[in-house]
Design a protein around this ligand. Structure first.
Ligand code: KE4
Length: 421
């Protein structure tokens, strides 16, 4: 496969952009390869600058549930552009999208639109602290919630308090109020609440972890979090930037039947445009400026073009809800193929990870037993077969509505023919 143009574009990009990319995972460093420069995408396929075609299981890290360049979304976006790109003033479309979110997402009574998942999570955490008057938050090892300072804490083993930052440039003080528990480890959460019974503002969790690879919640784990946060007057935040509108129209909240106090959304909610949201109980959301004392703002928040893409995407998903059953069935075919290779496979709906380890992956510790060198060899094999999966063992595979049964069957065949090295 000729990738010369990507290689030369990559070396040029590195002169002007750190690492040649605008988000680290795109640099293909953990698989030791040169990233492909994508020229265009349509349906389930990406086309790189050398003219190679790839069946895409990254789907832009989740937004692409309808496949790339859905005609209806593109048409609506083109029309919206004709009316102007941004006004910095309220529009009725923002109300329309906010209403759709309150209709579909069980916990959403009010919504604030922002421009990225990081911004949604950063704002939700500030709001939970402002609402409760408390400082501490609990996050889970292996969960990623964007790159706001207080959430970049060094993962360690088991229960940790007084955490060190996981990134340069984050002052010690910024992570002192962040507590770390074990994902699926109820005892570690109980211990933190016994240490700090009245000073934890929020627990934030990926209801299905997808940033250590896909790790589903153990039976009852989410209900346990709901119960212990209720008992302590702590805000429960489901970070559904990945699972929102992915697992079901109502996301993980609907899928598992557990209602948090707040939800953060991104990716699908913007239909692939820079749009995200935080939402939740009205009494909490009413604490946000200009109504309340918790400040949050954004020049391009609720951008009319991005909102148009989001509205059109959610309209399609809400009118064709059988898409979720189809996604579930297609992804189960891939799950079966990976299992035949003896890999550890975690799947929830159209989210899937095959781990190159021989222990079941149920948390960060077990995820870390994966052989990343073996994963890198698999990644190269898939690429040589025209299949584009995430360039990291610790990311998810995403299936879109445009992956045909033939695409899925071909992928399963390629997986079955692979010899794990
Ligand atoms: P963004 O700021 O990247 O829009 O969203 C941050 C975020 C928040 N919460 C969850 C659960 C997330 O998965 C993310 C971002 N996801 C990664 C993929 N694992 C985005 C890809 C990237 O960093 O380039």
């Amino acid at each position: 496969m000729n990738t010369e143009k990507s290689a030369s574009l990559f070396s040029e990009a590195q002169q002007y952009i750190p690492g040649g990319v605008n988000s680290p995972v795109r640099a293909f460093r953990s698989v030791g390869k040169t990233p492909l420069f994508i020229k265009k995408a349509k349906g389930a396929y990406l086309f790189d600058e050398d003219g190679n075609r790839y069946l895409d299981y990254v789907c832009s890290w989740g937004p692409g549930i309808l496949g790339h360049a859905s005609e209806r979304v593109i048409r609506a976006v083109k029309n919206a552009c004709e009316d102007g790109l941004t006004f910095g003033a309220p529009t009725k479309k923002e109300t329309e999208l906010a209403k759709m979110i309150t209709d579909f997402v069980p916990a959403a009574e009010q919504v604030r639109l922002v421009s990225s998942g990081t911004e949604a999570v950063m704002s939700a955490i500030r709001l939970a602290r402002g609402y409760t008057g408390r400082d501490k938050i609990i996050k889970f090892e292996g969960n990623y919630h964007g790159h706001s300072d207080g959430l970049l804490v060094k993962a360690g083993s088991g229960l940790l308090t007084d955490l060190a930052p996981a990134s340069a440039g984050v002052p010690e003080g910024y992570t002192k109020s962040t507590l770390l528990a074990g994902y699926n480890d109820e005892e570690s959460v109980k211990e933190l609440f016994s240490l700090y019974p009245d000073s934890i503002a929020a627990v934030i969790v990926e209801p299905v972890a997808a940033n250590m690879g896909v790790v589903p919640p153990k039976e009852g784990f989410l209900a346990f979090l709901r119960q212990i946060t209720e008992k302590h007057g702590t805000v429960l935040i489901f970070d559904e930037v990945i699972t929102g509108f992915r697992l079901a129209l109502g996301g993980a909240g609907e899928y598992y039947g557990v209602k948090p106090d707040m939800v953060t959304l991104g990716k699908i909610v913007g239909g692939g445009m820079p749009l995200a949201a935080y939402c939740g109980r009205k009494d909490i959301m009413q604490c946000v400026a200009p109504v309340g004392s918790v400040y949050q703002a954004g020049t391009l928040s609720g951008n009319p073009v991005a909102v148009t893409a989001g509205i059109e995407t959610l309209k399609i998903l809400s009118n064709e809800r059988e898409v979720y059953e189809r996604l579930d069935r297609k992804t189960s075919v891939l799950e079966q193929a990976f299992k035949e290779k003896g890999l550890q496979v975690n799947r929830v709906g159209s989210l899937l990870s095959a781990f190159f380890t021989d222990v079941p992956v149920t948390d960060y510790e077990t995820a870390k037993t994966s052989d990343t060198a073996s994963f890198a060899k698999y990644f190269s094999y898939m690429l040589e077969n025209g299949i584009y999966v995430a360039p990291s063992q610790f990311e998810a595979m995403f299936v879109s509505a445009t992956h045909t049964d033939m695409d899925i069957e071909r992928t399963a065949q390629v997986i079955r023919e692979y010899t794990v090295k």
